[in-house]
Design a protein around this ligand. Sequence first.
Ligand code: KG4
Ligand code: ZN
Length: 340
Amino acid sequence: RDEPLVLGIETSCDETGIGIVRGRTLLSNTIASSMDEHARYGGVVPEVAARAHLEALQPAIEAAVADAGIRLEDLDAVAVTSGPGLAGALMVGVGAAKALAVSLDKPLYAVNHLVGHIAADLLTGEEVEYPTVALLVSGGHTSLLLVRDLVSDVEMLGETMDDAAGEAFDKIARILGLPYPGGPEIDRVAATGNPEAIRFPRGLSRASDMATRRYDFSFSGLKTAVARWVEQHEADGVDIADVAASFREAVVDVLVTKALDACARHDVPRLLLGGGVIANRRLRDVALERAAAAGVAVRIPPLSLCTDNGAMIAALASELIRGGRPASTLDFGADSTLPV
Ligand code: KG4
Ligand code: ZN
């Protein structure tokens, strides 16, 4: 068939993702995570992640190829995340992708990780429409983007100025004595708590903030407020369910408020959600509820496509090929702050 067969390599954080797609059809999505190795540090350690990618890549490629039932020689192109992300981790993927492309004599596409998250939506098999606003929330990023065209027009509306949303969950979990990764733990504990028990700050989410500071996020004030509250109430016993629920409510409120404000300001009735924090039940519920009230349609791809993966990288390259974009020349490097 004339749909391009593409293998995508994703190593920007702690997931070694290999994905294979034909056009917009998902053939394989193989993930090896070094999450367990980071658990005792309470967060992703860049050096540990890079070493883990080096060990996981070859077996992951073999597994994906077997899973997809293809031969490497049949590929039309190789794709790789060249940024943004952890520099050392990215370099391992970029090096492997270049070696693979050169040895197979196939074109290589260097793609942006965040735009890859948006491309994941193409693999759901449902019809995708643009423009859309996209909210990407994970352990590595918190980004709000305006997508007018996936291949040629993606605009960054706002990013976190300090911690990523997932990182904030992980750090608060640590303060509350919960294990890493903290997101699922906070979610679990918050289920029995009162989200209105404590009014924690919602950073940069007043209308004036959104008007003047674009749509950037900040979670450091919230983190400090939770830490201080726990410290001040330690003596009389802290109900961690209430703290977790109130913290989660503050994060969710900020994320959804800003995403929907961006939809309204740009007159875009669509919102795409992505990133590992989308696993958060409360975030999904609040987003769906408030979006419905605002007349905004929400898309949430399956979680396996929301968390970091290689299939989204392959899907993006496949769109670039369909759009007639030339392949990358082999002199590109890893760019930890690559803009969209
Ligand atoms: O996209 P992802 O799998 O990978 C990286 O960022 O590398 O996201 C992982 C992040 C972690 O910070 C984790 O705590 C957070 O997503 N997370 C959650 C939930 N599940 C995972 N955060 C909030 N609620 C959850 N249910
Ligand atoms: Zn990501």
